[in-house]
Write a protein that binds this ligand. Structure first.
Ligand code: FAD
Length: 317
């Protein structure tokens, strides 16, 4: 039996999607061996977060009421103490800015092997972690024979768990050594235009190099407005300076999981697909019937965007 301890994430008073993905990954992993899933909520409004995280597959939620926002030193101390108390087989964290900040320190302190950026987890006697390398062109499997491990999971790879459950909620008292808390959050500054977060959008209209010129972006913006959607893009659009960096989807941009992703004049390069393949519905418009984007699209229109987009705007308006 392998128990799993998954560490949830929140920012500015809201649980991050990866928390709900950690529930899915953690409960799958724990149930493969009949183990329990323990969730940890550290900092912020832990009681409200625990209510939101009362989900199917969760056995116990441990709340640690320490601070408002993520803090490296608090997380390291809290996770280490929880591990020593619960003795889980596996610790799961998000492969996020925060997760990658504290996971290595936790692994070092607990002398655990750390596998980062997991896209698949299997527990068949030993833990097997699937990772992707070289811009998702190569898949590697890592077999962990240490018996126990810390793993960070890639956001957007697991479904979010929504079904309600009835976990126990327990306040976990951890003595935080303040002399070892060497940083604190003093404020937030959004990078780029800062007015939108494409990772939060339900509907994304995404534009690629097929748009040809900067002034043509207005056309795709009109479609986004007609759909009440958010505008995003592939990398060349950002490299050209036509949209800010925070609109870029992909390996070196943001990972998005909207309900609808409309890819307009985007070929579907692996580095782009790495950021949007988790979308529920993918619709592609492209003149090239062999464009790789059609391999992952649920619906495709083979056509010239300069004909199709105005028609769509008219229909939706
Ligand atoms: C390390 C690394 C990281 C990267 N990270 C990212 C990343 O995060 N995000 C990202 O997007 N890319 C990234 N890239 C770049 C990536 O490899 C591709 O070059 C890029 O995604 C291509 O963008 P595109 O699809 O807009 O352009 P193209 O590949 O040039 O595709 C344009 C498409 O538009 C179609 N088209 C042309 N005219 C029309 C028309 N009139 N109507 C309809 N369709 C038309 C064409 O058929 C073509 O399929 C990265 C590359 C590297 C090496």
């Amino acid at each position: 039996m392998s128990d799993v301890l998954a560490i949830t994430e929140h920012r500015r008073g809201e649980l991050r999607d990866v928390s709900f993905e950690l529930v899915t990954a953690g409960s799958d992993l724990a149930s493969q061996s009949g183990g329990d899933l323990h969730l940890a909520v550290i900092g912020g409004d832990v009681d409200a977060f625990a209510e939101e995280l009362a989900l199917d597959g969760v056995d116990t939620i441990h709340t640690v009421a320490e601070g408002d926002e993520f803090n490296h030193d608090v997380y390291v101390q809290a996770v280490t103490a929880l591990y020593e108390e619960l003795d889980p087989t596996y610790v799961l964290m998000g492969n996020t800015v925060n997760g990658l900040d504290y996971a290595p320190a936790v692994a070092e302190q607990l002398d655990l092997p750390l596998v980062t950026d997991a896209v698949g987890l299997e527990n068949e006697g030993a833990l097997t972690v699937t990772r992707e390398m070289y811009a998702s062109k190569v898949e590697s499997t890592v077999e962990v024979d240490a018996g126990t491990a810390a793993v960070t999971i890639r956001p957007g790879e697991w479904d979010v768990t929504e079904a309600a459950g009835e976990p126990a909620v327990e306040a976990f008292d951890v003595e935080i050594d303040d002399s070892r808390v060497r940083s604190r959050v003093t404020g937030f500054e959004e990078v780029g235009s800062g007015d939108v977060d494409i990772a939060d959008a339900d509907v994304l209209v995404s534009v690629g190099r097929g748009i040809e010129e900067e002034e043509n972006i207005e056309l795709v913006q009109e479609l986004a407005d007609a759909l009440d959607a958010t505008l995003s893009s592939s990398r060349p659009i950002v490299d050209n300076g036509w949209l800010p960096k925070d609109r870029q989807v992909g390996q070196s941009g943001k990972v998005v999981t909207p309900k609808v992703y409309l890819a307009i004049g985007i070929s579907g390069a692996v580095q782009h697909v790495a950021g949007m393949k988790g979308a529920e519905n993918i619709i592609a418009i492209n003149t090239d019937p062999d464009a790789p984007i059609f391999d992952i699209a649920d619906y495709g229109i083979v056509g010239d965007l300069f004909d199709v987009v105005p028609e769509l705007i008219e229909q939706f308006e």
